[in-house]
Design a protein around this ligand. Structure first.
Ligand SMILES: Nc1ncnc2c1ncn2[C@@H]1O[C@H](COP(=O)(O)OP(=O)(O)OP(=O)(O)O)[C@@H](O)[C@H]1O
Ligand SMILES: [Mg+2]
Length: 161
């Protein structure tokens, strides 16, 4: 079997915010739970903006807040649940265990985690990683697969670019 850690890595051209959120809205239709996506990149790289457009693309009508202070936001949609984590301010991975992320992350859930490197082993492993990079005023997004479901998502990402 192919080593999934090396399959399916696709990078966008630099995108403005409208192009990037358009991509995220289209990608929403390709989210099939259970799915764990890690979103990586510097402060202000566009992670929350991307998640907001994904959640709106799923049809969520309300406000999509950044979970920077609350650590976790969740959204109940007709076909799936979204958990949005931002671990930037986490003291230690034990806080994730306290939140019960492993129990909340069930077969109906898409988990989207910003600053995943701060979660350590308490965070479920990524099916796919999205890397956000500044390119002048624009952002480049790279989708990397780490499981077969992540690979399917990355191929959808590439098709939708
Ligand atoms: N593709 C883009 N092109 C230009 N500006 C963008 C793009 N995506 C997001 N922005 C802008 O960048 C700023 C920061 O975005 P955002 O909050 O999504 O970053 P973040 O990666 O979540 O940061 P943090 O690590 O602090 O949570 C916002 O003002 C947003 O409007
Ligand atoms: Mg953010």
């Amino acid at each position: 079997m192919a080593d999934v850690s090396t399959t399916g890595s696709f990078a966008s051209d630099p995108m403005d915010e409208a192009a990037m959120t358009g991509l995220a809205r289209r990608l929403a239709a390709e989210l099939h739970p259970p799915l764990c996506i890690h979103l990586e990149g510097d402060l202000g790289a566009g992670k929350t903006t991307f998640v907001r457009a994904l959640v709106q693309g799923l049809g969520y009508p309300g406000r999509v807040k950044s979970p920077t202070y609350g650590l976790l936001e969740h959204y109940d949609l007709p076909d799936l649940k979204v958990l949005h984590l931002d671990l930037y301010r986490i003291g230690d991975p034990g806080e994730l265990e306290f939140l019960g992320i492993v129990d909340l992350y069930d077969e109906c859930t898409v988990l989207l985690a910003e600053w995943p490197e701060r979660g350590g082993d308490a965070l479920p492993a990524a099916d796919a990683r999205l890397l956000f990079e500044h390119s002048g005023n624009l952002r480049r997004v790279t989708c990397m697969a780490h499981s077969s479901s992540g690979n399917a998502l990355c191929h959808s990402f590439n098709r939708l670019l």
